[in-house]
Design a protein around this ligand. Structure first.
Ligand SMILES: [Fe+2]
Length: 249
């Protein structure tokens, strides 16, 4: 059992990184192993044949695909999906694709992990602000639900308090305001388009929460701004290996 994490797939657009050709390790995984996508999963959306093909393809990979939501998700689809509980937190299992599961916002999960530890405690908080929303259509290509509601922030803080503010991993789509200079080009910072209620909240969480590693997507870059934070896009990383390398296994 192992946990792997990668960045945005945007439906079929950036999914090829999970092919055996690009990622041969994937062939060796089992249903007990999870590959977590750090937001912008992006399916289904329009219900096109392409999407159905990729959902089926992903569902038939040997691992279980988990994801936190990003800003590019079809929230009108997700709002109708039943919510159930698994690994100690709330999830939405895709009814026709049971090996694809959304990890909902503000949850603390005990996910099966490598043999030495049996589980890893994971805090999930999806969502992000779309910087291009003025060019998008509300309810179709942009949804106000892309950022958490006050209820979701409150639920997150309740669940973290119940976990004594201690987890192994944080998986989110965007990151705390303090890391933006490390993951964004300088000109976008100058335009002041990068901070929002969620990055501000994450800044507070950074100071209150004890964690070994924080993974996030959204910025379409693969960098480690420090030893405990990993921005992901094309890379697919083994949590166990990364923690071992940094002496935090
Ligand atoms: Fe994205």
């Amino acid at each position: 059992m192992a946990i792997w994490v990668t960045g945005d797939i945007h439906g079929g657009i950036d999914i090829a990184k999970l092919s055996y050709r690009r990622w041969p390790q994937g062939r060796l995984l089992t249903r007990e192993d999870s590959v977590i996508i750090a937001g912008d999963f992006g399916m289904p959306w329009s219900g096109s044949n392409d999407e159905l093909y990729w959902l089926d393809w992903l569902n038939n990979r040997p691992w279980t695909t988990l994801y936190v939501d990003g800003n590019h998700e079809c929230y009108s689809y997700l709002e109708d999906l039943p919510v159930t509980e698994r690994w100690g937190g709330k999830v939405q299992v895709y009814p026709e694709y049971p090996n694809i599961i959304r990890l909902m916002r503000g949850q603390v999960f005990d996910l099966p992990a490598e043999a030495a530890r049996s589980t890893r405690r994971v805090f999930t908080m999806g969502g992000a602000n779309s910087h291009d929303k003025e060019w998008r259509t509300p309810g179709w290509s942009w949804f106000p639900e892309e950022l958490p509601s006050w209820d979701e922030y409150a639920e997150a803080e309740r669940n973290l308090a119940a976990a004594d503010w201690q987890v192994d991993l944080v998986i989110s789509h965007c990151c705390a305001t303090r890391w933006l200079p490390a993951v964004l080009p300088a000109d976008s910072l100058a335009e002041g388009i990068t901070t929002d209620a969620l990055t501000t909240w994450f800044d507070d969480i950074e100071d209150r929460l004890s964690f070994r590693m924080w993974f996030f997507g959204h910025y379409h870059t693969d960098v480690m701004p420090d030893t405990r934070h990993r921005a992901l896009y094309r890379d697919i990383v083994s949590v166990n290996e990364l923690l071992a390398e940094s002496g935090r296994a």
